[in-house]
Design a protein around this ligand. Structure first.
Ligand code: ATP
Ligand code: MG
Length: 293
Protein backbone atom coordinates (compact mmCIF):
# COMPACT_ATOMS: atom_id res chain seq x y z
CA UNK A 1 0.00 0.00 0.00
CA UNK A 2 1.54 3.34 -0.97
CA UNK A 3 1.82 6.10 1.59
CA UNK A 4 -0.89 8.70 1.48
CA UNK A 5 1.65 11.29 2.65
CA UNK A 6 4.89 12.22 0.88
CA UNK A 7 7.89 10.03 1.62
CA UNK A 8 10.12 11.42 4.38
CA UNK A 9 13.03 9.17 3.47
CA UNK A 10 13.21 9.49 -0.31
CA UNK A 11 15.12 12.83 -0.40
CA UNK A 12 17.89 11.17 1.62
CA UNK A 13 18.13 7.97 -0.36
CA UNK A 14 21.23 7.64 -2.57
CA UNK A 15 20.95 4.86 -5.16
CA UNK A 16 23.53 6.17 -7.66
CA UNK A 17 26.61 7.42 -5.93
CA UNK A 18 28.72 8.87 -8.72
CA UNK A 19 27.91 12.51 -8.12
CA UNK A 20 27.10 12.27 -4.44
CA UNK A 21 28.43 15.05 -2.23
CA UNK A 22 28.11 14.87 1.53
CA UNK A 23 27.92 18.64 1.84
CA UNK A 24 24.61 18.61 -0.04
CA UNK A 25 22.94 17.01 2.97
CA UNK A 26 22.55 19.20 6.04
CA UNK A 27 22.72 17.20 9.29
CA UNK A 28 20.30 19.71 10.82
CA UNK A 29 17.60 19.11 8.22
CA UNK A 30 14.15 17.99 9.28
CA UNK A 31 12.84 17.69 5.73
CA UNK A 32 9.24 18.77 5.42
CA UNK A 33 8.46 17.83 9.03
CA UNK A 34 7.61 20.90 11.06
CA UNK A 35 7.65 19.64 14.63
CA UNK A 36 8.87 16.90 16.91
CA UNK A 37 5.24 16.09 17.85
CA UNK A 38 4.28 15.63 14.20
CA UNK A 39 7.30 13.36 13.73
CA UNK A 40 6.40 11.29 16.80
CA UNK A 41 2.89 10.66 15.49
CA UNK A 42 4.23 9.56 12.12
CA UNK A 43 6.89 7.40 13.71
CA UNK A 44 4.21 5.61 15.71
CA UNK A 45 2.31 4.83 12.52
CA UNK A 46 5.48 3.68 10.79
CA UNK A 47 6.36 1.35 13.66
CA UNK A 48 2.87 -0.20 13.54
CA UNK A 49 3.13 -0.66 9.79
CA UNK A 50 6.57 -2.22 10.20
CA UNK A 51 5.21 -4.68 12.72
CA UNK A 52 2.47 -5.83 10.29
CA UNK A 53 4.98 -6.15 7.43
CA UNK A 54 7.41 -8.13 9.55
CA UNK A 55 4.70 -10.63 10.40
CA UNK A 56 4.23 -11.33 6.70
CA UNK A 57 7.97 -11.41 6.03
CA UNK A 58 8.32 -14.05 8.73
CA UNK A 59 5.29 -16.11 7.68
CA UNK A 60 6.26 -16.10 4.01
CA UNK A 61 9.86 -17.08 4.85
CA UNK A 62 11.32 -16.16 1.45
CA UNK A 63 12.97 -12.76 1.75
CA UNK A 64 15.40 -11.48 4.37
CA UNK A 65 16.12 -7.83 5.13
CA UNK A 66 19.60 -6.66 6.13
CA UNK A 67 19.80 -3.20 7.71
CA UNK A 68 23.26 -1.71 8.07
CA UNK A 69 23.95 1.22 10.39
CA UNK A 70 27.10 3.29 10.19
CA UNK A 71 27.87 6.58 11.90
CA UNK A 72 30.33 8.62 13.91
CA UNK A 73 30.14 8.13 17.69
CA UNK A 74 27.09 9.58 19.43
CA UNK A 75 25.19 9.95 16.16
CA UNK A 76 22.33 7.93 17.66
CA UNK A 77 22.67 4.48 16.06
CA UNK A 78 21.61 2.63 19.20
CA UNK A 79 18.62 4.88 19.84
CA UNK A 80 17.47 4.70 16.22
CA UNK A 81 17.65 0.89 16.26
CA UNK A 82 15.81 0.74 19.58
CA UNK A 83 12.97 3.08 18.61
CA UNK A 84 12.42 1.93 15.07
CA UNK A 85 12.40 -1.75 16.00
CA UNK A 86 10.23 -1.29 19.09
CA UNK A 87 7.21 -2.90 17.43
CA UNK A 88 9.13 -5.83 15.99
CA UNK A 89 8.75 -9.40 17.17
CA UNK A 90 12.18 -10.21 18.67
CA UNK A 91 12.02 -13.76 17.25
CA UNK A 92 12.15 -12.40 13.74
CA UNK A 93 15.00 -9.99 14.33
CA UNK A 94 18.75 -10.43 14.83
CA UNK A 95 20.98 -7.55 15.93
CA UNK A 96 24.78 -7.74 15.82
CA UNK A 97 27.27 -5.08 16.88
CA UNK A 98 30.66 -5.26 15.24
CA UNK A 99 33.48 -3.90 17.38
CA UNK A 100 37.22 -3.90 16.77
CA UNK A 101 37.99 -7.36 15.35
CA UNK A 102 39.30 -10.20 17.52
CA UNK A 103 42.49 -12.05 16.61
CA UNK A 104 40.41 -14.89 15.19
CA UNK A 105 38.53 -12.42 13.00
CA UNK A 106 41.77 -10.76 11.89
CA UNK A 107 42.94 -14.16 10.70
CA UNK A 108 40.19 -14.25 8.08
CA UNK A 109 39.26 -12.27 4.97
CA UNK A 110 37.47 -9.00 5.76
CA UNK A 111 33.96 -10.18 4.88
CA UNK A 112 34.13 -13.32 7.01
CA UNK A 113 32.77 -12.19 10.35
CA UNK A 114 29.76 -10.34 8.97
CA UNK A 115 28.89 -13.10 6.49
CA UNK A 116 28.44 -15.48 9.41
CA UNK A 117 25.82 -13.12 10.85
CA UNK A 118 23.66 -12.60 7.76
CA UNK A 119 19.92 -12.90 8.46
CA UNK A 120 18.01 -16.06 7.64
CA UNK A 121 15.03 -15.96 5.29
CA UNK A 122 12.01 -14.41 6.93
CA UNK A 123 14.19 -12.37 9.31
CA UNK A 124 15.34 -8.82 9.73
CA UNK A 125 19.08 -8.64 10.42
CA UNK A 126 20.58 -5.48 11.87
CA UNK A 127 24.29 -4.70 11.66
CA UNK A 128 25.33 -2.05 14.18
CA UNK A 129 28.54 -1.22 12.27
CA UNK A 130 29.55 -3.68 9.59
CA UNK A 131 32.09 -4.55 6.90
CA UNK A 132 31.94 -0.87 5.98
CA UNK A 133 34.29 -0.21 8.91
CA UNK A 134 36.88 -1.79 6.61
CA UNK A 135 36.76 1.27 4.34
CA UNK A 136 36.18 3.79 7.17
CA UNK A 137 38.14 3.35 10.42
CA UNK A 138 40.67 1.12 8.65
CA UNK A 139 41.16 3.74 5.94
CA UNK A 140 41.52 6.57 8.44
CA UNK A 141 44.01 4.48 10.46
CA UNK A 142 46.19 2.54 7.99
CA UNK A 143 47.98 0.79 10.89
CA UNK A 144 44.77 -1.23 11.34
CA UNK A 145 45.15 -2.56 7.81
CA UNK A 146 48.65 -3.72 8.66
CA UNK A 147 47.18 -5.82 11.51
CA UNK A 148 44.96 -7.70 9.05
CA UNK A 149 47.86 -9.91 7.97
CA UNK A 150 47.18 -9.66 4.27
CA UNK A 151 50.04 -10.78 2.01
CA UNK A 152 52.10 -7.66 1.31
CA UNK A 153 51.95 -8.11 -2.44
CA UNK A 154 48.15 -7.72 -2.29
CA UNK A 155 48.14 -4.45 -0.38
CA UNK A 156 48.53 -1.83 -3.08
CA UNK A 157 47.20 1.68 -3.60
CA UNK A 158 44.11 0.05 -5.12
CA UNK A 159 43.13 -1.62 -1.86
CA UNK A 160 40.13 0.67 -1.16
CA UNK A 161 38.77 0.46 -4.71
CA UNK A 162 39.13 -3.30 -4.51
CA UNK A 163 37.23 -3.39 -1.23
CA UNK A 164 34.43 -1.34 -2.75
CA UNK A 165 34.27 -3.85 -5.63
CA UNK A 166 34.17 -6.77 -3.24
CA UNK A 167 31.43 -5.16 -1.16
CA UNK A 168 29.39 -4.40 -4.29
CA UNK A 169 29.80 -7.96 -5.47
CA UNK A 170 28.63 -9.25 -2.08
CA UNK A 171 25.58 -6.99 -2.09
CA UNK A 172 24.66 -7.97 -5.66
CA UNK A 173 24.95 -11.60 -4.63
CA UNK A 174 22.76 -11.01 -1.57
CA UNK A 175 20.12 -9.27 -3.68
CA UNK A 176 20.05 -12.17 -6.11
CA UNK A 177 19.49 -14.53 -3.22
CA UNK A 178 16.58 -12.67 -1.67
CA UNK A 179 18.46 -10.72 0.99
CA UNK A 180 17.38 -7.12 0.59
CA UNK A 181 20.05 -4.67 1.77
CA UNK A 182 19.37 -1.15 3.09
CA UNK A 183 22.19 1.02 4.47
CA UNK A 184 21.96 3.98 6.83
CA UNK A 185 24.60 6.59 7.49
CA UNK A 186 23.42 8.69 10.43
CA UNK A 187 24.92 12.01 9.47
CA UNK A 188 25.56 14.07 12.59
CA UNK A 189 27.42 17.39 12.58
CA UNK A 190 30.67 17.87 14.43
CA UNK A 191 28.99 20.54 16.57
CA UNK A 192 26.12 18.23 17.59
CA UNK A 193 28.59 15.48 18.45
CA UNK A 194 30.39 17.91 20.74
CA UNK A 195 27.12 18.76 22.53
CA UNK A 196 26.34 15.07 23.00
CA UNK A 197 29.79 14.32 24.38
CA UNK A 198 29.42 17.23 26.81
CA UNK A 199 26.08 15.92 28.02
CA UNK A 200 27.67 12.50 28.55
CA UNK A 201 30.12 14.26 30.86
CA UNK A 202 27.49 16.43 32.56
CA UNK A 203 24.82 13.84 33.26
CA UNK A 204 25.83 11.07 35.70
CA UNK A 205 23.49 8.54 34.01
CA UNK A 206 25.29 9.13 30.73
CA UNK A 207 28.87 8.97 32.08
CA UNK A 208 29.17 5.29 31.17
CA UNK A 209 28.72 6.15 27.52
CA UNK A 210 31.66 8.50 27.50
CA UNK A 211 34.92 7.29 26.07
CA UNK A 212 38.10 9.31 25.73
CA UNK A 213 38.86 7.27 22.60
CA UNK A 214 35.74 8.76 20.98
CA UNK A 215 37.10 12.26 21.61
CA UNK A 216 40.39 11.23 19.98
CA UNK A 217 38.55 9.90 16.90
CA UNK A 218 36.85 13.25 16.60
CA UNK A 219 40.21 14.79 15.66
CA UNK A 220 40.04 12.80 12.43
CA UNK A 221 36.64 14.23 11.52
CA UNK A 222 37.56 15.46 8.04
CA UNK A 223 39.29 12.21 7.14
CA UNK A 224 36.20 10.30 8.25
CA UNK A 225 33.87 12.52 6.23
CA UNK A 226 36.05 12.04 3.14
CA UNK A 227 36.00 8.27 3.71
CA UNK A 228 32.21 8.26 4.15
CA UNK A 229 31.70 10.30 1.00
CA UNK A 230 33.96 8.05 -1.06
CA UNK A 231 32.29 4.95 0.37
CA UNK A 232 28.82 6.21 -0.57
CA UNK A 233 29.99 7.19 -4.04
CA UNK A 234 31.30 3.70 -4.67
CA UNK A 235 28.74 1.52 -2.93
CA UNK A 236 25.33 3.17 -3.38
CA UNK A 237 23.22 1.14 -5.78
CA UNK A 238 19.57 0.71 -6.69
CA UNK A 239 19.41 -2.67 -4.98
CA UNK A 240 21.44 -1.59 -1.92
CA UNK A 241 21.02 2.18 -1.50
CA UNK A 242 22.59 4.35 1.18
CA UNK A 243 20.26 6.53 3.21
CA UNK A 244 22.18 9.60 4.33
CA UNK A 245 20.07 10.49 7.34
CA UNK A 246 20.27 13.98 8.88
CA UNK A 247 20.92 13.08 12.50
CA UNK A 248 21.28 16.29 14.50
CA UNK A 249 17.61 15.89 15.45
CA UNK A 250 17.23 12.35 16.70
CA UNK A 251 13.45 12.43 16.30
CA UNK A 252 13.86 13.17 12.59
CA UNK A 253 16.56 10.56 12.03
CA UNK A 254 14.35 7.86 13.57
CA UNK A 255 11.44 8.82 11.38
CA UNK A 256 13.56 8.70 8.20
CA UNK A 257 14.92 5.27 9.12
CA UNK A 258 11.46 3.86 9.91
CA UNK A 259 10.03 5.28 6.69
CA UNK A 260 12.83 3.79 4.59
CA UNK A 261 12.40 0.34 6.13
CA UNK A 262 8.63 0.42 5.58
CA UNK A 263 9.18 1.48 1.94
CA UNK A 264 11.70 -1.34 1.44
CA UNK A 265 9.35 -4.00 2.81
CA UNK A 266 6.39 -2.58 0.88
CA UNK A 267 8.34 -3.01 -2.35
CA UNK A 268 8.40 -6.79 -1.79
CA UNK A 269 5.52 -9.12 -2.61
CA UNK A 270 4.95 -10.04 1.03
CA UNK A 271 1.95 -12.32 1.52
CA UNK A 272 0.85 -14.83 4.09
CA UNK A 273 1.39 -18.31 2.65
CA UNK A 274 -1.68 -19.56 0.77
CA UNK A 275 -3.66 -22.35 2.32
CA UNK A 276 -4.10 -25.25 -0.09
CA UNK A 277 -7.46 -27.01 -0.64
CA UNK A 278 -6.15 -30.05 1.27
CA UNK A 279 -5.07 -27.92 4.18
CA UNK A 280 -8.44 -26.13 4.19
CA UNK A 281 -10.14 -29.50 4.44
CA UNK A 282 -7.91 -30.40 7.42
CA UNK A 283 -8.83 -27.12 9.07
CA UNK A 284 -12.55 -27.75 8.58
CA UNK A 285 -12.20 -31.24 10.07
CA UNK A 286 -10.26 -29.91 13.03
CA UNK A 287 -12.96 -27.33 13.65
CA UNK A 288 -15.69 -29.94 13.50
CA UNK A 289 -13.81 -32.17 15.93
CA UNK A 290 -13.26 -29.32 18.39
CA UNK A 291 -16.87 -28.17 18.17
CA UNK A 292 -18.25 -31.64 18.81
CA UNK A 293 -16.15 -32.15 21.98
P1 ATP B 1 29.02 2.74 21.61
O1 ATP B 1 27.88 3.63 21.27
O2 ATP B 1 28.74 1.82 22.75
O3 ATP B 1 30.32 3.47 21.71
P2 ATP B 1 30.19 1.57 19.31
O4 ATP B 1 29.54 0.94 18.13
O5 ATP B 1 30.91 2.86 19.08
O6 ATP B 1 29.08 1.76 20.37
P3 ATP B 1 32.60 0.53 20.56
O7 ATP B 1 32.67 -0.41 21.71
O8 ATP B 1 33.05 1.93 20.74
O9 ATP B 1 31.10 0.48 19.99
O10 ATP B 1 33.41 -0.23 19.41
C1 ATP B 1 33.34 0.12 18.14
C2 ATP B 1 34.71 0.46 17.62
O11 ATP B 1 35.22 -0.66 16.88
C3 ATP B 1 34.63 1.63 16.71
O12 ATP B 1 35.62 2.57 17.01
C4 ATP B 1 34.86 1.01 15.35
O13 ATP B 1 35.44 1.91 14.45
C5 ATP B 1 35.74 -0.18 15.67
N1 ATP B 1 35.66 -1.19 14.63
C6 ATP B 1 34.56 -1.80 14.15
N2 ATP B 1 34.86 -2.61 13.12
C7 ATP B 1 36.19 -2.51 12.94
C8 ATP B 1 37.11 -3.11 12.02
N3 ATP B 1 36.70 -3.95 11.09
N4 ATP B 1 38.40 -2.78 12.14
C9 ATP B 1 38.81 -1.93 13.08
N5 ATP B 1 38.01 -1.33 13.96
C10 ATP B 1 36.71 -1.61 13.89
MG1 MG C 1 32.02 3.83 20.58
Amino acid sequence: MPHHTASVSRPFCVSHGKRFRLRDIDPRSTGAIKSKARAAARLEKGVARLSALQEKLYAQDRWALLLIFQAMDAAGKDGAIKHVMSGINPQGCQVYSFKAPSSEELDHDFLWRTTRRLPERGRIGIFNRSYYEEVLVVRVHPELLARERMPEALVTKHVWTERFEDINALETYLGRNGVMVRKFFLHVSRAAQRERFLSRLDEPQKNWKFSTADVREREHWDAYMAAYEDMIRHTASAHAPWHVVPADHKWFARLVVADAIVAALESLDLRFPEVSADKRKDLAEARAALESE
